[in-house]
Design a protein. Sequence first.
Length: 361
Amino acid sequence: MARGMKALLAGVLGIAAAAGAAGAQGADTGFAALQERGKTAMGVDQYTSTHQFDALPDGGRIELQRDGDDSAGVARIRKHLREIAAAFKSGDFTTPAFVHLREVPGASVMAARRSRITYTFNPLPRGGEVRIVTTDPDALKAIREFMAFQRHDHQAGGMDHDAMKPEPPREQSLAPADTSTPRPGGRMMMGRGMMMGGGMAQMHGDSAFAADMSIVHELLQDHDAITRTVTLLPDGIRTVTESDNPRLAAYIVQHVASMEQRLRDSSVFNVASRTLPTIFQNKDRIRTGIEPTGKGVVLTQTSDDAATVAALQAHAQEVSELAREGMVALMRSVMANGGPMGMAGNGGGAMGMLGGTGHRP
Ligand code: HEM
């Protein structure tokens, strides 16, 4: 099983395995689930990486490093931290919301005061850091809340501004309450989907799911090597998705071919999109043309049904966001749909949509 697939599967899709395996196990289970989501978002095993969250007089600092030599892991950490710095700068805090399954304290003020905060990525020997600086008192207070919460939830070390002395990492036995326990000041996003046991592939009952997920993970991981243009046609879309990297070019071709087959077979494949349910439901009204270009594919999809055309066009924009921003865009979409695993009720979230039961208009 490819490492990337494991990460994505165990995280966005298979959180239930950790969360649901033992709802009664409390703190350890909640922490294990958080570790899985962290691995999904950051691309590295959380148990063999070290987080540090410092509240500093002029802001804060997030550090993440691998514990041992792992050049691929170090590269993934640096990429993640760069992407996080850019997302935070634009006021997008959905990745930490995904990892912690709640709005992280301080995040909304940091988003609102974003023009007064600078985020700088710096590489460190086994990972990197994001340095956060502000002179705005409200933003400073929010950054400190954000750091204190992160330190607590990740059981991580870091500098506490009030004490101005380093806090050692917590022992796991001192884990805070299970993430399913509501805490003041934040919106809980745990729902029935989280309590179901088993990984998503298992629940989906689709053996090809893992292979498709593995390819998607590769595309998300190396999204910045993918170029994409979308032309909106009166009755559909024409998209060109390519990469100069032959490995990625092959993944693009495979992904599109496999997704087209899934569409024909009504074998829904979705973790977060609001538009795919309409597309799958109306598959018989879609005409698809796929032309390989040597570096990827040109895809044309048209329909005589207005709602289907709208869904195709909206989905094409979703794919462009995934190609532009990678995992950050996927996390945003997961959270916009009520969190992973169908937490919005009525099949509104990712879980419901994956199973094809979560149709949204
Ligand atoms: C960087 C990441 C991704 C890239 C580059 C990518 C690329 C593409 C492309 C080129 C298409 C053809 C439609 C179009 O061009 O608009 C497509 C369709 C599709 N993708 Fe992805 N994709 C990515 C991630 C995902 C993810 C995360 C999922 C779901 C878990 C997914 C599921 C689908 C499905 C179901 C279709 C078929 C939709 C249709 O035929 O209208 N893709 N993708």
